[in-house]
Every structure is written in structure tokens, then in C-alpha cells.
Design a protein around this ligand. Structure first.
Ligand code: AMP
Length: 214
């Protein structure tokens, strides 16, 4: 099965992707993770993407499309994949459709996780990340045992530059303007399943399981 996860930043796409990938043995393709990796390794893509990401803006379509073309061509995608954070614009969705056609692949479900801006701010401005192992904590809901330290590997936790409140509000506005037109795009082709993203990750996952079985 091949999935696209759609929704505002902070709607829980990453958490849902991890659950789907574990349950259905799929490849997890997160453009956010791929871009952060490129920034960390200071590749030429990483250098170009960094200023957009830190400002909470979308990275230009051509860069992200090249990245995803390379990733979808790898053999592990043949067993099924979850696209987490791609596409985020109509041109990206059109490029994806062309690419999938070339690779003889189809999307089975597009899952939209619905959430409002205040819930997003509450979630993201309290989010803490581990730079070493990638674990994610939350100051209130999932606090680390020792303040500022990762439970899994003992490295320091940090707040992503793009998780600061002002940037979160800007990212939400960009989502409404540039990404939300994809809701209609996928509704028209009959692939859209809408699920509440403001509830707990387990409750969201149960609802997604029901939605994709029907
Ligand atoms: P995420 O971890 O999915 O929230 O992505 C973090 C940042 O990476 C976003 O705020 C964008 O700057 C960039 N990014 C990730 N995916 C895309 C995409 N499909 N198109 C453009 N920019 C992206």
C-alpha cells in the first residue's frame, strides 16, 4: 500500500507515519527528515534549503521534486511507502503523479489529518528533539525523565528553529495558502480520507485504520 499524509505542520503526520510504517512494513519517506539530513551534512541541497527551512518557508519545488524522484526510485519503495510531508504544493502533486506513472506505482490513500492553529501552537512550541537519535519529546505531554536530556541515548535535546511560536504561525499560514489546495486536488480523484489530528496519536491511528479499511 502507498500512502500520502497531508495536514498542517504539527498535525501528527510524523507520528502516524511511524505507526503505519511499523505495522505495514513500508518505507518512510519524510522530505523534512531528508532535508534536515542534507542540512546537517552540508550538501549543496542542504545549503540551499537551510534558509527557507529556518524561516519556516517551503523549500523551492524543483529541489524537493529532485530529492523525491531519487528516493522513490530506490528498491525499498516497491514494497509500499508512506509519503510524509510531500507533496506540499499543487506543482509537487503534479510532478509526483508523473513520476509514479513512470515508476508504475499508484497511491492508495491520501490521509488528511485535520487540526486547528491553536492546537498546533500548543503542540509544536513545546516540542523537543534529540539531535543524535531523532527521538521527539513534549515539555508537557511526553517530558524527558531528565530535563533537556534524551531518555533513549543521553544526548542534549533542542527546539527546532522552525518550531518557535512565531515560525509555527507563519508555517500554518503557508500551509493554508500553498498546501491546502491539495485537499480538493485529492478529493476530486477520490483518494482523500479525512481524520481528526487533534486527538491522541493512538486514537488517530485507530481512526485511520478504520478509514483505510472502508
Ligand atoms: P517537516 O519536518 O515536514 O515539517 O518539514 C520541515 C521543513 O522542511 C518545512 O517547513 C519546509 O521548509 C521543508 N519541507 C519539507 N517538505 C517539504 C516539501 N514537500 N516542500 C517544500 N518544503 C518542504
Amino acid at each position: 500500500m502507498n500512502f500520502i499524509l497531508l495536514g498542517a505542520p504539527g498535525c501528527g503526520k510524523g507520528t502516524l507515519a511511524k505507526k503505519l510504517v511499523a505495522e505495514k512494513h513500508l518505507a518512510h519517506i519524510s522530505t523534512g527528515d531528508l532535508l534536515r539530513e542534507a542540512v546537517k551534512e552540508q550538501t549543496s541541497l542542504g545549503k540551499k534549503a537551510k534558509e527557507f527551512m529556518d524561516a519556516g518557508k517551503l523549500v523551492p519545488d524543483t529541489l524537493v521534486i529532485d530529492l523525491i524522484s531519487e528516493r522513490l526510485g530506490r528498491p525499498d519503495c516497491q514494497k509500499g511507502f508512506v509519503l510524509d510531508g510531500f507533496p506540499r504544493t499543487v506543482p509537487q502533486a503534479e510532478a509526483l503523479a508523473a513520476l509514479l506513472k513512470k515508476l508504475h506505482l499508484v497511491i492508495d490513500h491520501v490521509i488528511l489529518l485535520e487540526i486547528g492553529i491553536e492546537k498546533v501552537v500548543e503542540r509544536m512550541s513545546a516540542r523537543l528533539n534529540c539531535g543524535a537519535c531523532g527521538a521527539v519529546f513534549h515539555k508537557i505531554n511526553v517530558p524527558p525523565k531528565k530535563e533537556g536530556i534524551c531518555d533513549n541515548c543521553g544526548a542534549s535535546l533542542y527546539q527546532r528553529e522552525d518550531d518557535k511560536e512565531e515560525t509555527v504561525r507563519k508555517r500554518f499560514a503557508i500551509y493554508m495558502e500553498q498546501t491546502s489546495p491539495l485537499i480538493d486536488y485529492y478529493k476530486k480523484i477520490g483518494l482523500l480520507r479525512v481524520v481528526d489530528g487533534s486527538i491522541s496519536p493512538d486514537a488517530t491511528f485507530s481512526k485511520v485504520s478504520v478509514a483505510i479499511a472502508s
